[in-house]
Design a binder for this molecule. Structure first.
Ligand code: ADP
Ligand code: MG
Length: 206
């Protein structure tokens, strides 16, 4: 269960973890991209944090919609519209709700995945953020009925494994796809940043 205040606290932690990992994410984007993923997300989440004080009395849907729109307008690159879409799709599920349950979170993550697939014309196995998002969602769904902490822990473990597996993939979407087979051996920046963001949620519930 999370209400707007809980989510605001988690969004601040998401900003912290992105700022802490800004250089790491940017380094991951160096060999297979244009060295800006950490910079892009750090800028976006900083802008999100600045909006949070004005959102304390809003429902979860309004909060997440504002986060999504802020990310679209500040992150840039491929990941800005994709993360923006993810949050805006989750917002639709949370529309009008003052709190969200674990079941809601699963619906929100599922909507976010569908949004990224549609917007990115992408699917799993293409060395993108989806290679962390989809395993996390599927692992959580597979744990249905278990305690909330077990469900979140399974999701985080699957996202982390998903990140590792991106090293065995050849990128076919985004900038890394220009490298073809030379993208092999590299950990995807977007899958990594998703896992960092997700770890904030998982930590909160485990
Ligand atoms: P850019 O590649 O435009 O510089 P970023 O560096 O901010 O943007 O983000 C790169 C990340 O975006 C990649 O690591 C990948 O995870 C994700 N990404 C790129 N294109 C797609 C896509 N079509 N579908 C899903 N994720 C994508
Ligand atoms: Mg980049």
């Amino acid at each position: 269960m999370a209400n707007t205040a809980d989510l605001i606290a988690m969004l601040k932690e998401m900003n912290d973890i992105i700022q802490e990992n800004k250089d790491f994410l940017t380094e991951l984007d160096m060999p297979i991209g244009d060295s800006d993923h950490g910079i892009n997300l750090a800028r976006g989440f900083q802008a999100v944090v600045e909006k949070l004080p004005g959102l304390a009395d809003k429902d979860v849907g309004t909060l997440l919609k504002t986060v999504g729109m802020t990310l679209v307008s500040t992150v840039g690159g491929a990941s800005g519209p994709l993360y923006g879409t993810a949050f805006m799709k989750a917002a639709v599920v949370a529309n009008g709700k003052d709190q969200v349950t674990l079941e809601d979170f699963l619906s929100m993550l599922s909507a976010a995945v569908e949004g990224v697939k549609l917007r990115g014309k992408s699917t799993t196995g293409e060395q993108t953020m989806l290679d962390a998002m989809v395993p996390a969602l599927e692992a959580m769904q597979a744990k249905a009925g278990a305690s909330s902490s077990e469900v979140w822990a399974a999701g985080l473990a699957a996202a982390q494994e998903g990140v590792e597996k991106t090293k065995d993939m050849i990128a076919t979407k985004g900038r890394a796809s220009y490298l073809g087979e030379r993208s092999l051996g590299h950990q995807d920046p977007g899958a990594t940043s998703f896992t960092l963001l997700f770890s904030v949620l998982a930590k909160h519930y485990t």
